[in-house]
Design a protein around this ligand. Structure first.
Ligand code: ADP
Ligand code: MG
Length: 696
């Protein structure tokens, strides 16, 4: 058997299971080999039933003395009840799923190891529901089965024991074929384990292993596999970055006079961070290689000014600039903000969106192609193939995380300078992985005079008080947002929706005020009209979905209410909260959560009450929800990991990054024989994922 063989080659895996495994990403023997347990079960302490008590999780050793399938009330499904006995007593084993599968298994003679939690059964006696059971091989004793057992993620229809057996076979037969990507010099210095031994250890831990280290995935063998994976990834990132830095690009000379002219137009002075980041961008643009810079700045940190300063430098050198935003609303707002600046500075700025009339859009595109426009603001319509620039010098992508990676790639030629703006602060570990190959700058200083938005998590029952407070604010001339998770009522869900709530509120508690509705399914012209009315103060309450999440700037708004707050990510809530308190006065954010909430949501929402720092919030979100959910792995371009976990392994990631850099200094093209495996891994295994990450 070889590492690249399909899983069906593994004994015991038939075509049906092979298909299920393949669907969940386990296609080859190698995939199985690196399918690490997500937890371990300590079965070293096998006890007799005479010592077992209700509520305990136990491992037992004995025989099945009978099993019968029982039809469940009112349905076609059956359950299975089996009697298990050892020298000290007996209990009932219960399965509500896969009854006939387990019945067949239990019909085999011999002894069994049973693991699970003992409960009192309703008919008296004791039972274990959905126990783990393993048959004991001929001649095996209690001492042999007392061990630490790995537990694997698996497709629902594959039994626990079956996936365990398949992985075990792959390890037995193929662990020795696994190759290390880490050069020997580093392996020795970091005291990494031989790779085959590490694989064997993590799949079937020795019985003298330190249980705490095992539970934390911090045994020497775990750390070896995690390092292997992150080292290859960081080597790839580093190589990508170097490759890009070698590409020839345009030199765009700094234009300090123009930027000074611009800042004189502003009613405020730049923050230190704005000055610093503008300086960094200036230097980037002046280099004869394409800029690839990401600016992270919390909501309200003043990214628009920074973006315009960059645009100005490109325009001063005679190039065109594209400014891309994720929504029409935001594109329109950028256009509105930048137009007066452009007018004053003698630049022609235009807007291009998907909802423009075809003829109008065509005319605009012609003008852009002829070089008649200096700055083009738009949505992704901007990047469609029909848009040709005469001389695109700089592409600015606002709220870059909202775009698919491919769209970003399409806008930007290999050699075009690119500036990415993000208001979603990303924990450092994630940014190393997502953006390990681009330059990151932090706009980490808020303009002066901002007060933190006072944030409270409230239960639905306290809503009445909230409405009174809103009414009081509005009577003083302020405005409010209420955000709902749904656009319209849905039969499938009992979540509140924006459309019917807008009607209800307008006819009920807020009948003395004007209530507007804004959601993503409205036509862009309608949305704009509503936004304009809200901005002009003609509407008091804006009932909306998360369309208002990004960019919207209405300084007079002082209360943000988010209904079903537990449904939103913290980063998103932070964005929403950033919509209020922009006028300098006191502002409130109320997160309304359903009565029944998990401990996790309470903890999560509590972070919003105690912190107004976007980076801190992002860290907490990542920690509580884990990296998978945090960004939605597929779209975000966060590579899927086999051994590593970005929350847990931040330290190893830093180490891998440093070691990868050092190794590439020593062997920049991975030409040494000891780099051969690393080179193969970087080009093969991570190839396409790195290509995605390249877009950043
Ligand atoms: P974001 O980083 O969220 O995109 P914006 O660029 O929209 O932030 O800026 C938010 C608000 O802060 C705007 O009204 C802008 O005019 C204002 N602003 C930007 N820079 C400064 C500054 N240095 N001092 C005071 N206000 C500023
Ligand atoms: Mg912005």
């Amino acid at each position: 058997m070889n590492l690249s063989d399909p899983v069906q080659f593994v004994k015991g895996v038939g075509p049906k299971r092979a298909e299920l495994l393949e669907k969940s990403g386990l296609a080859t023997v190698e995939d199985l080999l690196y399918h690490l347990p997500f937890r371990y079960e300590d079965r070293r302490n096998v006890i007799g039933l005479d010592q077992a008590s209700v509520g305990e999780t136990v491992t037992l050793f004995g025989r099945i003395t009978g099993a019968r399938e029982i039809r469940m009330r009112g349905g076609r499904r059956t359950m299975l009840q089996a009697t298990f006995a050892d020298d000290g007593g007996w209990l009932t084993l219960v399965w509500f799923h896969q009854a006939s599968y387990f019945k067949k298994r239990l019909d085999a003679d011999g002894e069994w190891v049973v693991h699970g939690k003992i409960e009192a059964s309703r008919r008296g006696g004791i039972q274990i529901v959905h126990p783990e059971i393993d048959s004991v091989a001929e001649g095996e004793t209690m001492a042999d089965v007392a061990r630490i057992v790995p537990v694997y993620q698996k497709p629902t229809d594959i039994p626990v024991a079956a996936i365990r057996a398949a992985v075990e076979r792959a390890v037995q037969e193929c662990a020795d074929q696994a190759a290390s990507v880490v050069p020997p010099e580093i392996r020795e210095r970091l005291e990494l384990r031989p790779i085959a031994a590490a694989l064997r250890d993590v799949h079937s831990p020795a019985s003298d292993v330190e249980p705490f280290a095992l539970a934390q995935f911090s045994t020497a063998s775990h750390r070896t596999l995690i390092f292997e994976e992150l080292f290859a990834l960081q080597t790839g990132m580093n190589l990508r970055k170097k490759a890009r830095e070698a590409i020839a690009g345009t030199v765009i000379a700094p234009a300090p006079q123009r930027i000074a002219e611009f800042t004189r137009l502003l009613p405020f002075t730049l923050t230190g961070a704005q000055k610093r980041v503008i300086g960094e961008i200036q230097a980037d643009l002046a280099r004869p290689h394409p800029m690839n810079r990401l600016v992270h700045g919390d909501v309200g940190s003043g990214k628009t000014v920074v973006a315009f300063a960059a645009a100005l430098q490109a325009c001063a050198a005679g190039h065109q600039v594209a400014v891309m935003a994720p929504t029409e609303l935001l594109a329109e707002q950028h256009f509105t903000t930048m137009r007066p600046w452009a007018d004053e500075l003698g630049l022609y700025i235009a807007i291009l969106t998907g909802s423009m009339k075809a003829s109008e859009a065509r005319r605009m595109r012609d003008l852009i192609a002829m070089g008649g426009v200096n700055i083009v603001v738009g949505t992704h319509a901007l990047v469609q193939e029909s848009t040709r620039f005469q001389d695109l010098g700089l592409a600015i992508v606002d709220e870059q995380h909202r775009f698919g990676v491919m769209q970003r790639a399409a806008l930007r030629g290999e050699s075009t300078d690119t500036l990415l703006l993000s208001a979603t602060p990303i924990p450092r570990t994630l940014s190393l992985v997502l953006f390990g190959d681009i330059d990151v700058a932090f706009l980490d200083e808020m303009p002066p005079g901002r007060q933190p938005v006072i944030t409270r998590v409230i239960r639905s029952g306290q809503r009445k008080k909230l409405y009174e407070r809103m009414a009081a604010q509005m009577a003083e001339g302020h405005q409010c947002y209420i955000v709902y998770p749904l656009v319209e009522e849905s039969e499938k869900s009992d979540l509140k929706d924006a459309t019917s709530m807008a009607e209800r509120l307008a006819a009920g508690v807020f009948k003395d005020f004007r209530v507007g509705l804004l959601h993503g399914r409205m036509k862009s012209s309608e949305k704009e009209a509503v936004m304009r009315r809200f901005k002009d103060g003609d509407l008091h309450v804006l009932v909306a979905t998360t369309v208002i999440e990004v960019g919207i700037d209405v300084p007079n708004a002082s209360i943000m209410v988010v209904e079903h707050a537990e449904r939103f990510g913290l980063a998103q809530l932070h964005q929403l909260r950033g919509r209020v308190g922009r006028g300098g006065g006191e502002a409130f954010c109320c997160l309304v959560a359903d009565e029944a909430q998990s401990q996790e949501s309470i903890e999560r929402l509590g972070v919003m009450e105690s912190s107004s720092d976007g980076f801190e919030i992002a860290e907490a979100d990542l920690r509580i929800r884990g990296p998978g959910e945090y960004l939605g792995t597929r779209q975000s371009g966060v590579p899927a990991f086999r051994a590593a976990n970005l929350v847990r392994d931040a330290e190893i990631l830093e180490l891998a990054r440093a070691e990868a850099g050092r190794w590439l200094d020593h062997d920049p093209r991975l030409e040494l024989p000891e780099s051969a495996e690393l080179k193969r891994a970087v080009t093969d295994r991570f190839g396409d994922k790195l290509a995605l990450a390249e877009v950043g």
